[in-house]
Design a protein around this ligand. Sequence first.
Ligand SMILES: NC(=O)c1ccc[n+]([C@@H]2O[C@H](COP(=O)([O-])OP(=O)(O)OC[C@H]3O[C@@H](n4cnc5c(N)ncnc54)[C@H](O)[C@@H]3O)[C@@H](O)[C@H]2O)c1
Length: 299
Amino acid sequence: MDQLKVGVFGCGAMGRGIIKNLVKGGYEVFAYDVNDQAMHSVIELGATPIYNKELIFRQVHYLFTSLPTTELVEETIAGENGALHFMSSGTYILDVSTSDVETTRRIFEQAKQKGISYFDCPLSGGPDGADKGELTIVVGGDEVQFEHISPLLRVIGKEIEYIGESGSGQVIKLCNNIVVAGIVTLLSESLLTGVKAGVPAEKIASMFQKGSAQTKVMSVFGPNLISGDHENVKFMLQHMSKDIQLYMDLAKQEKIPTFFSAMVDNFYTIAKNNGKGALDTSAVSQVLEVLTGATIVSK
Ligand SMILES: NC(=O)c1ccc[n+]([C@@H]2O[C@H](COP(=O)([O-])OP(=O)(O)OC[C@H]3O[C@@H](n4cnc5c(N)ncnc54)[C@H](O)[C@@H]3O)[C@@H](O)[C@H]2O)c1
């Protein structure tokens, strides 16, 4: 049987692991990225870089988008020379980026008109999970068509959950990320207080993990918070800030007040405006350090 052809747009931190595991899973993968270095890097993963987007759209059965903004996802799929103009009826598009809910539902409808099944499949697990093929994936879209994409998702992920209609995967992802973003700020504040009161940050963090404040957020971001090494990027602060904005849009749309999330949003916006966008999410602690005049890392 011919190999099934898959296109991947966006060969960054997440896209690379996805490509690697799709190739391992026996799919023929065509990759596209605006960054030349990213394009070259897919060759060693076993994929074929193709600079002509239309060529990819015309031949693939499945298309993944793993892009930094919702605008780029919409342009790539529904834009003037986007995928919907060239992909055949009966094909599938999987957006694994964290994207806006309303836009996701609009693209779903446009794709449906062309007989193309569009799914929101946001990911959890970071670049490491992508590399190991152990991502957690929450899926929104047509339930009947879901069975046709689940073999692919099983190649890149470990926990795959169909949630419901288009956009419902993104709803979960955005609600998840505002919680993670908020916990990082609260951990920062409590570490600042504890350290100023004379207890080392390492001790506070390790006791949190043995007690009722235990959280995966500490396991992921705690080492950076404690060491002050925010260049060790687990999840880029500008991506987190983008996800917070998307959550704020969703809350506004649903007329839910944003008491806590608005405050969290402000901290990440300040961090981004101060040039910390490319650092790890944990760098938001530096904003709290400046505002409080205290430090987590003993100097
Ligand atoms: N990094 C994580 O831990 C993580 C986890 C879950 C979800 N996500 C989401 O996944 C998406 C991708 O994240 P990432 O960390 O891989 O980002 P990244 O910045 O590492 O990679 C994005 C890639 O897209 C490329 N790109 C930009 N514009 C493009 C275009 N028009 N066409 C093709 N390629 C283009 C960039 O050159 C880059 O290589 C984001 O929406 C992010 O929020 C990331």
